[in-house]
Design a protein around this ligand. Sequence first.
Ligand SMILES: C[S@@+](CC[C@H](N)C(=O)[O-])C[C@H]1O[C@@H](n2cnc3c(N)ncnc32)[C@H](O)[C@@H]1O
Length: 294
Amino acid sequence: MKKELFESIINNYDELKYKLLEAQTFDEEHFGFPEIYYKIMETDNQRVNAFKKAFFLNGNFKNKTICEVGVGTLPLTKLYMPFVKKAYLIENNPDLIPIINNEISKYDWKDKVEVMYVDALTVELPEKVDFVIGELMSIYCANEFQVQIFQHMRKFLKSGGKLLPNRIVNFARLCEAEIDEGIHHYPVNFTRHQPMFLTQQFLVNEIELMKEKKQGVNLSFSVPILFSGNINALYLESYVEITEGANFTGTDSLMPPTVLKTTNTQKVEAGDLVHIDFSFNYGCSLDNIQCVLS
Ligand SMILES: C[S@@+](CC[C@H](N)C(=O)[O-])C[C@H]1O[C@@H](n2cnc3c(N)ncnc32)[C@H](O)[C@@H]1O
């Protein structure tokens, strides 16, 4: 059985190239992400355990008041609920209402919960909380409003309160990629779909979620070229500090390395310096990132 499964993956590598992209694409008809994406997220132990470690490092929030935004199917919520004093759980995907209500009713912590089916960008909480948790991340914070939601939610923190996650660091490499017509970006699921890298990894920006005031990124910088070729794409990576000591550097379920077409292409030789003008707004969609090479 295992051998057949492996062989079937090998036989279908090409067809699988954009499957993760499809699973992670916002689905208007489903009021949010397709069901399969929730499954991908829930079953990703590396992602869930990074949060579990962060909760543990914060004393499992024992006797604290929490607000979690974008609770999804509750995989993170269930980890801390037995310990906390009270939790406000926020979700705005209407498809999840029966699933969340049904799930909560199974636990003896149900009386400590207030569920709010509202938009976290505008919600008002009845009291200040010790922690705001929110896993609404996407590579570069480009497809989801993680930054804007935390800019709004941080005013509901008590003095000394914390945001989880806390810091996001975005890296890139310039590369030559095989991208099919009609595709503007794709998350990499198999290493054979990685592009050829023409530079080393460089830092693009760092977002400290408690302090970030900006709505986006507007940068201009130069990068040395290691290999000759035709640059037509960026390889994006986001590393996340959930809390000091609990980090997450991306998996297929969340913030996978992503190939994104550059605005123009540029022929380069090893030893050149390439200039990049890079700009986008958080939550604007990856496809609206401008990356002009000269
Ligand atoms: C990446 S999923 C994570 C779900 C869950 N926290 C987990 O870790 O599996 C983000 C969730 O946030 C919800 N969401 C996105 N934007 C939101 C908003 N503005 N207000 C409330 N929920 C939102 C989505 O519907 C989705 O369920």
